[in-house]
Design a protein around this ligand. Sequence first.
Ligand code: NOJ
Length: 737
Amino acid sequence: MEYKQLEHLLHNMSLEEKVGQMVQLPAGMIAKEGVITGQIDNLHLPKEQKALIGSVLGLTGAKDLREMQENFMAEHPHHIPLLLMYDVINGMETIFPIPLGQGCTFSPELVEQAARVAAKEATASGLHVTFSPMLDLVRDARWGRVMESTGEDPYLNAELGKAMVRGYQGSGKGETLDLTKEGNIAGCVKHFAAYGAPLGGREYENVELSERTLREDYFPAYQAAIEEGCVMVMTSFNTLNRIPSSGNKWLMRKVLREEMGFEGLLISDYSAVDEMINHGIAADSREAAKLAILAGVDMDMVSNAYIRYLAELVRSGEVEERLVDEGCMRVLKLKNDLGLFENPFKDGSVEKEQEVLLCREHRSLARDMAAKSFVLLKNEDILPLKKNANSKVALIGPYADTVEMYGAWSFPKKPELSVTIKQGMEAKGVELVAAKGCFMQDEDKQAKVGQKDTYTKEELEALMKQAVEAAVSAETVVLCLGEHREYTGEGGSRADITLPKHQMELLHKVAKVNKNIVTVVFSGRPVVIPEVVENSKAVLMVWMPGTEGGNAVADVLYGDVMPEGKLSMCLPRSVGQVPIFYNKFRTGRPNEEGTRVGFIHGYIDESIYPLYPFGYGLTYTSFGYSEVTLSKETMAKEEILTATVTVSNTGKREAVETVQLYLTDVKGSVVRPVKMLKGFQKVSLKPGECKRVQFEITEEMLRFYTIDMEYVSEPGEFYVWIGSDSDTKNKASFRLV
Ligand code: NOJ
């Protein structure tokens, strides 16, 4: 449809019809039951009002969505199609590793491909929009939703966020954005802004950040995804500077629209408009609606506000109709950009679903990506495992034979088609004895929703006994431990991020009879595992690896695929260290040793360093780094400096290393971070092979918000670090003049 026709349509719509477009309701309210993630509001709305809404969330399936769309359009006075949205976070039916694991791949290419697959499956299932990418920077592992972010670094998050947008919207490799094309789905950057910084890691908690930190660390990933062309943005639940995002005019109208140049559709988070009543800045739903529209929220996700009060607010003169026209037009425009006026079902088709969902090609990518998201933390000459006859493995633990490895934000309709670790190991043809050992959850700490583990003391003891017997009978133990997937995700904050106590008991029992332990850790966050590391010869973090988790774990354990993941968040030594992140600010009383003695930075009873730093990860070979050489010692603002290292494979197996570039601004007009990631490159090296790796450093990479809040660089000394993780000591320096 031409833009003119859209304007004509808008012109012919009544105020109620226009407001209707700005409302999203859950599928359960107008069709069959769908997935609903928040509190279900009891919106007792008249049928005529529901018949005017613009969008539905939470239902998938080509057949059901087609039926719903047909019925809905037949009733609508202008036959305007619904926009159909869903949380496709790390895959639709083929489940990829959780975003935190995807972050550990440090691979924009893989992340783009995974998003592409998710888009193909989601559109075949009849969807138009996915509520992804989630680009909240995360520094506090207690927060349940760290699983949904690619991690703690602004640069990495921005690179991977852009990759997701390209994958979803089909705008990779120089292609121009065309959402009508088959397999393209609209993306939605969320949660704007800084939802990832709730105080204490507590879900739905407020956020207190300085504007500098907000702009320098939290905004870049959202901005990058918007610049990459993402067509939707979602507000966040939290406050910033004590203003809830959905009513924050400065954030939405000034930062998002004016500064970041976002022209797409802004949707609130689930019932976030009405939640301004609980926040105490709106007396009622009517006032909440007014605050939201004035702030620039185009679509109200599931609250009472717009659908009940927006038209009235216009009639009473409290809200200009122009604002409704603006919001409604953005909805119509997105529908038009998706081609829904011509084809309201987009790619939704039962045949297509059968063809693409969980197809061989998608599964193979999921397997590859999962393997590359695993982070090898420790390996004392035990991995890779051997496949020969006298190397029997005891596969033990509650994660040894379960398909529940897809994380908190995946809703596969056929989870039984996922591969368990046991199945993956058996497929390698090795001798195996399996034992569950204990239940996933302790009885006193059950997951927020879903399956509970109920058992007697005797049942638990019997499982432990079997596990110990299995461990005695085998050469090596592969111990699969971790947190339940429902210990993470929305509403999944934890104050204690260690592993369940029965699982730790199992570890100690097994360690008493067999020292050759390889522990595979499943989690949706950095968990506190020093005891696990101490009692294992090797530790592999596999996050929530998805549909092909079992095959991918077996591939890496047996060395058919070399591990190459690098931590996208630091792993803390203890909960008390949290929030802990590598790019922290410099202190007046530095503490190189990390353990405090006297009046210096840190704790009396704990190191200031994490157990493993951001960017860390081993493989089955070793790498050597030459010193960093720079093309010049001084750099003028318009010049480009080149930093070079030679990386060599000093071990016996071909493998990939992620070479990381960090910069430090030695002195600034405000305190600067100790180090900042500014680039990374993957290099594949054969044993004995060396490769030169070069990074370009431009003045733009040195900019920050100065004392005058100007985003510029300041002349002076900079350090350039190139190494294998954020703890690298491999440094050179130059001066910006
Ligand atoms: C609330 C979550 O915060 C958001 O991320 C999600 O997209 C919506 N619910 C819809 O499910």
